[in-house]
Design a protein around this ligand. Structure first.
Ligand code: MCN
Length: 762
């Protein structure tokens, strides 16, 4: 089933979306030319926790260019429910208000909105709005929020800050182990930082209703949420995602700002636009990660794992809202690619007076993988076994799959060991260890570290829609419910359709991200689109091709079984080279006869698919300054059958950059009072290309049996494997000092402190 090679479906064209992006022709929400558009600016709380006593907008309302100022009471909008409610149903008392009404719960929470003729007027007037806030004690640290005595409660009516509690499973998971390693890891909170910040534009529809342009990963999701909040019918609302400058999971849901702007457009009968500033983005867009992990990994002395206990506490910020997604996914993926017979994975989440946390590239898988891969290295250290060797002994083998994990994941296919061996081969693992030994003997102040991580992640849940239509002139229109924002669907989906119909790719137009042009859809997140959207299109195209074949046979007066396809895509008759018809003739005949060359499909797969891989990082730690130089990063990712190798490589590159950024640079910081300290890109250390090495990519190909393309997701895998590989490498470099763990991010100061607290040579 698996082979160390690459395979593709058809040719691998360049991304067709790039010329517009590179030449500035692509239009983002902020660029849309809408006559008479008004600008909205939100007045946000500067206090992390307070009773909202009043809002005085008198001066702001009289300021030049101001059309109006609105508060929660004046707009009367409902709250936003939890994205993943617990089995007992939704909890109205934990909803997120669109504008705060009686209490603010984080710095950055929107309290009022100013609408003005232009952006500058809205911004100036917003500064004139006075919020009367009666400060309350804030809670920022998730462990105190969960357990502290007399800790401030964000929702007193809930009785506790604990908002999610998924029970563990096997209480005796590490019983009988001959060796148990135990540790607490902190997977720090990070900000998604898409290049395009949040943005929405809404205007009354031409025949009533509403037209909305949103920077979103899910136009259909935004439409559903707006309809629910504003009492509209889906037929009355059109949502379009124009060019979207990245989302990384944070643009997967509807934001309060979307609802407020849509409500204002209806109320004013005029177009209204909101575009987030970067500083707003760093406090108002959902953050990611933010998990405290207590891990116990038990094994026999020969290294065979017997059980795992993981107790996670996710900090979901001020509202549970979208925080349930990473909380549940990290629990699901607790045992990774290993044979772990007993698992006790207890996942809890608390609210704190900080920006809400939601899915961010990987959404739970990077957290789970970091915990497990750090624990694997601790175990290797305890047993005195090479980290790669320990992994070899415990990785599930291809013949053990499909495999049901103790936490309920159903792995489809995989050759985890194949990926690890390939990564070690590319890295030259044994030679690196030789170099490391030599340099340690020389007491080289640049300490070499080699870190390995193996991972298995989940992708491709839920249904996705696709349709294929051949026009009378032979051109092909493919519509998809997915909503790309950097992933290259226009290219990869055109490939799938062109290959299935055997037509030149240039004939295929891909239509997406507009609820008026696409019948239905879900959206782009969870590395789902290639496999689900692609399969829906492949199945639709297969149906269209079968109909076309029958028509062609009829036109050629031949038996359909005798039909052959030429290299140019023409239908011919076997053994009669002179006779043939092209797509245009078939399509024209279909139009004449009233035959519709169109089909649609809603594809879903049972259990999802499980991409996997192995990453090897090589670092040099300056033991005098604590600075970490990432010398190499080898990433072997297996996403099943590849549609477009260049797109896949690009996806892995982006994921690696974000994973390495979490390992070495990024961290959202709040002070104990809940004031965010990372509100500009001068404070929040977002790496540039100059901070990163050239990636070394490898791949193995293990098709998934769960969809007709054999594809698995790839959009997130880079973030899953790279963070722990780099973290393990840094700890490995410092092992002679007796350093067993350093929490993320591995800033020079942290690394230096770790070195300073030890002495080496001993
Ligand atoms: N693909 C392929 N062969 C495969 C699998 C995928 O050629 N075996 C192609 C797909 O057809 C698609 C691309 O690779 O063009 C990514 O596919 P997939 O893994 O299905 O992921 P999605 O398209 O659903 O994208 C979502 C994923 C996620 S969850 C995040 S977060 C993320 C990511 O994509 N955010 C991104 N990549 C991003 N890239 C950019 N530029 N910006 C973001 O915000």
């Amino acid at each position: 089933m698996s082979a160390v090679s690459t395979s593709t479906i058809g040719s691998a064209p360049l991304r067709r979306e790039d010329p517009d992006l590179l030449t500035g022709k692509a239009r983002f929400v902020a660029d849309l030319p809408v006559p008479g558009v008004l600008c909205a600016h939100f007045v946000r709380s500067g206090v992390a926790h307070a009773r909202l006593v009043g809002v005085d907008a008198g001066y702001a309302r009289r300021a030049p260019g101001v059309v109006g100022v609105w508060t929660a009471a004046e707009l009367g909008l409902p709250g936003l429910p939890e994205a993943t409610p617990p089995p007992g149903g939704s909890r109205p008392h934990l909803e997120r208000p669109c504008l705060a009404s009686d209490r603010v719960r984080f710095v950055g929470e929107a309290v009022a909105v100013v609408v003005a003729d232009d952006q500058a007027a809205a911004l100036d007037a917003a500064e004139l709005v006075e919020l009367d806030l009666d400060p309350l004690p804030a809670v920022v640290d998730p462990t105190s929020a969960a357990d502290g005595d007399g800790v401030p409660l964000l929702f007193p009516e809930h009785g506790s800050n604990l908002v999610i509690d998924h029970p563990g499973g096997d209480p005796g998971a590490v019983e009988g182990a001959e060796v148990v390693v135990r540790a607490r890891f902190v997977n720090q909170r990070v900000a998604p930082v898409p290049l395009e910040t949040g943005a929405v534009l809404a205007r009354p529809g031409p025949g009533g209703g509403l037209e909305v342009w949103a920077s979103t990963q899910s136009p259909f999701g935004v439409r559903a949420a707006l309809c629910a909040a504003l009492g509209l019918d889906p037929g009355e609302v059109r949502v379009v995602a124009p060019a979207v400058g990245g989302g990384f999971g944070a643009k997967g849901g509807v934001y309060p700002e979307h609802v407020v702007v849509a409500a204002l457009a209806l109320r004013l009968g005029r177009p209204v636009r909101w575009v987030e500033t970067r500083s707003e983005n760093l406090v108002a867009m959902t953050h990611g990660r933010g998990q405290v992990q207590d891990v116990e990994l038990g094994a026999r002395t020969d290294g065979t794992i017997v059980g795992l206990r993981v107790r996670t506490l996710t900090d979901v910020g001020a509202y549970v809202w979208r925080g349930g997604i990473p909380t549940a996914t990290s629990r699901l993926m607790a045992s990774g690619p290993y044979r772990v017979p007993r698992v006790d994975a207890h996942a809890r989440a608390v609210v704190t007076n900080t920006t809400p946390v939601g899915p961010y590239r990987g959404a739970g898988r990077p957290e789970a993988t970091a915990a497990l891969e750090r624990a694997m290295d601790l175990l290797a250290g305890e047993l005195g076994v090479d980290p790669v060797e320990l992994r070899r002994r415990n990785l599930l083998r291809p013949d053990e799959l499909p495999y049901e994990t103790p936490t309920g994941a159903s792995y489809d296919s995989g050759d985890y060991l194949g990926a690890l061996e390939e990564a070690c081969r590319i890295a030259g693992y044994e030679e690196l260890r030789v170099e490391q030994r030599r340099r340690r003997e020389l007491h080289d102040p640049l300490a070499v570290g080699v870190g390995v991580s193996c991972f298995c992640e989940v992708s491709g849940s839920g249904p996705e829609h696709g349709s294929v239509r051949v026009e009378p002139d032979g051109t092909v229109v493919a519509t998809t419910g997915s909503a790309p924002h950097g992933q290259g669907h226009e290219t990869t989906f055109a490939q799938v359709v062109a290959d299935t119909l055997a037509v030149p790719i240039g004939l295929v137009e891909v239509v997406h991200s507009d609820t008026a042009l696409v019948a239905r859809g879900v959206g782009t997140f969870g590395s789902r689109s290639g496999q689900l959207g692609g399969s829906a299109l492949q199945r639709s195209a297969t149906e269209v091709a079968a109909r076309a074949r029958e028509l062609a046979a009829d036109l050629l007066e031949a038996d359909p079984g005798d039909l052959v396809r030429g290299d140019d895509g023409r239908f011919g008759v076997a053994g009669v080279p002179a006779r043939g018809v092209g797509w245009a003739e078939v399509a024209a005949a279909a139009a004449d006869r009233g035959v519709r060359l169109t089909a649609d499909d809603d594809f879903s797969q049972q259990g999802g698919t499980f991409p996997f891989g192995a990453h090897v990082a090589v670092v040099e730690v300056d033991t005098e300054t604590g600075e970490v130089g990432l010398r190499r990063l080898v990433a072997v990712d297996d996403c099943g059958r590849v549609i477009n190798p260049m797109v896949v490589a690009g996806q892995v590159h982006g994921g690696l950059a974000q994973g390495v950024a979490q390992a070495l640079f990024e961290s959202v910081v709040h002070d104990p009072a809940g004031n965010p300290l990372t509100v500009t890109l001068a404070d929040y250390l977002f790496p540039s290309a100059a901070d990163l090495p050239s990636w070394e990519l490898g791949s193995t190909v293990t098709p998934s049996p769960r969809n007709p393309l054999g594809a698995k997701g790839v959009g997130e895998s880079g973030t899953v494997g790279s963070t722990p590989a780099v973290q393990n490498a840094v700890v490995d470099a410092l092992s002679p000092w007796g350093v067993a763990h350093i929490d993320l991010p591995l800033s020079p100061e942290r690394v230096w402190q770790a070195i300073r607290s030890r002495r080496w040579p001993p």
